[in-house]
Ligand binder design. Structure first.
Ligand SMILES: O=C(CO)[C@H](O)[C@H](O)COP(=O)(O)O
Length: 232
């Protein structure tokens, strides 16, 4: 099965968790896009839900699908968020932010009673870190922040290189919040909690892509069928 077909399978399984009246967090990325498309079909068939998008891209897609949207100010507590991930381990720790939406994704996930990750099997890893860890930083003081991030990575016992993410026109990539992203190529993250704690101390770091203790379940689509982790 193609990667897109697997992503759609995972999204379809997560859709089965949606009940009428739910307040939903809508993730970002190619896998979440399948979920939003499938949800749109259900909404047009009469399902009444409200969605909080995690990016402007998802907002545009959900609007086009006819999904009723709201903000976290209107609904500070959500029932369920369904989102993709760049990596997940068996303890449901995630690396997210490959699509640049990590800040809103983390806020929405943290506001949700349940967060279900949907992914194809390529995202499941024994140890996080092969995928570069996105670290969202404010543009002001970039070089000082970059050095402080390097020190924080070392304090957490990790090592690697940091690169400023560029957009396709070769200018710095800007998130929906107007921030830059430093991608940390670490290879392995042996102590995700220590790294998350160290990064949180750096002024100028807005958020990082380690999602620890946020996902409550995962649906992973493999060529041999669906595998679930946690509470699905
Ligand atoms: O964190 C994300 C966006 O910020 C995405 O969930 C992550 O990058 C996975 O995307 P895809 O489903 O396209 O592989």
């Amino acid at each position: 099965m193609s990667a897109e077909a697997l992503k759609r399978e995972a999204a379809a399984r997560a859709l089965a968790l949606v009940e009428p009246g739910m307040r939903l967090g809508l993730g970002t990325g190619s896998t979440a896009k399948h979920f939003v498309a499938l949800l749109g079909e259900k909404v047009r068939a009469g399902l009444d839900v409200v969605g909080v998008p995690t990016s402007e891209a998802t907002r545009a897609q959900a609007e086009a699908e006819g999904i009723r949207l709201a903000t976290l100010d209107e609904f500070p507590g959500l029932d369920l968020t369904v989102d993709g991930a760049d990596e997940l381990d068996d303890a449901l720790n995630l690396v997210k932010g490959g699509g640049g939406a990590l800040l809103r994704e983390k806020i929405v996930a943290a506001a949700s009673r349940r967060m279900i990750v949907i992914a194809d099997a390529s995202k499941r890893v024994p140890t996080l870190g092969a995928f570069p860890l996105p670290i969202e930083v404010v543009p002001f003081g970039l070089e000082a922040t970059r050095r402080a991030v390097e020190r924080a990575i070392a304090v957490a016992g990790a090592s690697g290189t940091l690169g400023l993410r560029n957009a396709t026109d070769n200018t710095p990539y800007l998130t929906d919040g107007g921030h830059f992203i430093l991608d940390a190529r670490l290879g392995r993250i042996e102590a995700p909690d220590a790294l998350a704690a160290a990064l949180a101390t750096v002024p100028g770091v807005v958020e990082h892509g380690l999602f620890l203790g946020l996902a409550t379940g995962a649906v992973i689509a493999t060529d041999d069928g669906l595998v679930t982790l946690g509470d699905v």
